[in-house]
Design a protein around this ligand. Structure first.
Ligand SMILES: [Zn+2]
Length: 122
């Protein structure tokens, strides 16, 4: 994804408030994690696409032992509307698989950049 405008190429792992997906130029397979080849057809050509940021909760769990000894941390897997599954945080105890969710990118704390935080769609 070299040579792309910053707002497209910079995803949340680099401080941009977005998920950046890769759409295969040959078969339109949409993936999230970087890869040399399309996992479906093996083609190399990809076009970046910014995810809308909405999807469906696939799984949710709570971690009760945290690094800072604070409140339990909610971890969630979300299938984005574009197809890929991503991980994020949640603060909603009522969140269940099947719920529609939306993402916000919030400071992770300790100056470590952004993290995706999902909540139920209104
Ligand atoms: Zn492909």
């Amino acid at each position: 994804m070299n040579g792309l405008p910053v707002d497209v190429a910079t995803d949340w792992t680099r401080g941009g408030p977005r998920f950046v997906l890769a759409v295969c130029d040959e078969c339109s397979n949409t993936s999230y994690l970087p890869a040399e080849h399309c996992s479906r057809c093996g083609a190399r050509g990809r076009t970046p696409r910014v995810a809308v940021g909405t999807g469906t909760c696939v799984a949710v769990t709570w971690v009760h032992v945290t690094v800072d000894g604070g409140d339990p941390a909610g971890l969630v897997l979300v299938e984005l509307d574009e197809g890929p599954v991503v991980m994020g945080r949640t603060a909603e105890r009522e969140l269940r698989p099947g719920d529609g969710v939306g993402v916000a990118f919030e400071p992770s704390g300790a100056g470590r950049g952004l993290v995706p935080v999902f909540s139920r769609k209104a």
